[in-house]
Design a protein around this ligand. Structure first.
Ligand SMILES: [Zn+2]
Length: 127
């Protein structure tokens, strides 16, 4: 059902775990299949210098979370904001159609975290 890249991220997820002193932590859930993701970001001068996550859910959600964290590490918050779930799906080499919605959790978590950070800085949240 899943390709090798997806299975590799599922079996050996990158950036897994809690972070001791994150700048922001968010938790999001997907109503459709019960996946939950907790995302930790450490941000310095608008750059995501460190990222980690914990995801409870299906293989697609875990692989997408892992892939997404790799894609935003070292990036500016603006670059991270522009990362879509379809970019993540493409980087994974595709997901089965019924599982594509499971990749949205990572995009949601990243955007929510960035807006928490912006609010914390006294800035308008992005839409
Ligand atoms: Zn799922």
């Amino acid at each position: 059902m899943y390709n090798e890249t997806v299975m590799d991220h599922f079996e050996h997820p990158r950036n897994v775990g809690e972070m001791e002193d994150p700048t922001v932590v968010v938790e999001v859930g997907s109503s459709e299949c019960g996946d939950r993701m907790k995302l930790y970001l450490k941000i310095e001068d608008d750059v995501i210098v460190d990222v980690s996550f914990k995801t409870l859910g299906c293989a697609a959600a875990i692989a997408s979370s892992s892939q997404a964290t790799e894609m935003i590490k070292g990036k500016t918050i603006e670059e991270a904001w522009n990362l879509t779930n379809m970019d993540v799906v493409e980087a994974l080499g595709g997901l089965p159609e019924p599982k594509i919605h499971c990749s949205v959790i990572a995009e949601d978590a990243i955007r929510r975290a960035i807006n928490f950070y912006r609010k914390d800085q006294g800035l308008e949240p992005w839409k």
